[in-house]
Design a protein around this ligand. Sequence first.
Ligand code: RRO
Length: 313
Amino acid sequence: MTVLAPSQVDMATSLAGFVAPNPVFTASGCAAAGRELAQFFDVAALGGVVTKSVMLAPRSGRPTPRMAETPSGMLNSIGLQGPGIDAFVADDLPWLLARGARAVVSIAGTSIDEYVALARALRGRPGVAMIEVNISCPNVADRGQVFACDPWAAARVIGAVREKAAPTVPVFAKLSADVTDIVAVARAVVQAGADGLSMVNTLLGMVIDPVTMRPALAGITGGLSGPAIRPVAVRCVWQVHQAMPEVPILGMGGIRTGLDALEFVLAGASAVSVGTAVFGDPGAPVRVLGELSAALAERGFDRVADAVGYAHR
Ligand code: RRO
């Protein structure tokens, strides 16, 4: 085995026609639209910047407290705070484009019509490399709005977005691990036209403060993220890649190091998102990229693409 220098590893990765220069992305919700990270690194150095899920209208989100620490992770209950699609398109997208970043725009709605309107609003916008359709936010008014928990509902949303989005822009469905059979949901959205899958969103969790003896979050329940969920996320990527090896996967869930990222790649992810790690280490995505390319070189891979799904062989 020839051991390459990390810089010799070809890190380019293909996500349903979108070829990213490398497989490390930010994760939706952990760095708004990327501006907060720009003081720490060049946002164009990543494969892409996945923006916080944007809705049609501006939204203030859930009441505080919205975050709680948990063992090896955290719980959030942000509740889709954001500027709304018009402000996003006017301010955030041009900012990313001007910096040469590849924007993966995460969209969220409460109905199919809202998702369709969001896809329409993004049609033809320069700088949109992909659309990530968030159908799995745990912090919504009722579980019926978590479309990703039901294969039929998930497919209806994705089919409608795929129809309205520009044909050249890959549409990825963001799935939830809070289901009995994630492969069934993945199959349904792929049949409906999803070009790829983002896996996974946070898991529904809860913390009770032993001092106040009340829920720690004002929203009561929240989304659990961080290393605590990594084995669950890796399992989901593995199961879906096993069932549909041709479908590209953007994997996420508790990635903190290059070896964590490698786990996702070996399970079947063509790219990964680094999310919660940025709260403690804002430079984490760039560090993870360097560590991943070193880990690939050490293992004799000269292309990251050759490592995708390697653990299945
Ligand atoms: O905004 C949120 O509370 C949120 C979203 Br949209 C999501 O997809 N996942 C999450 O943990 N929080």
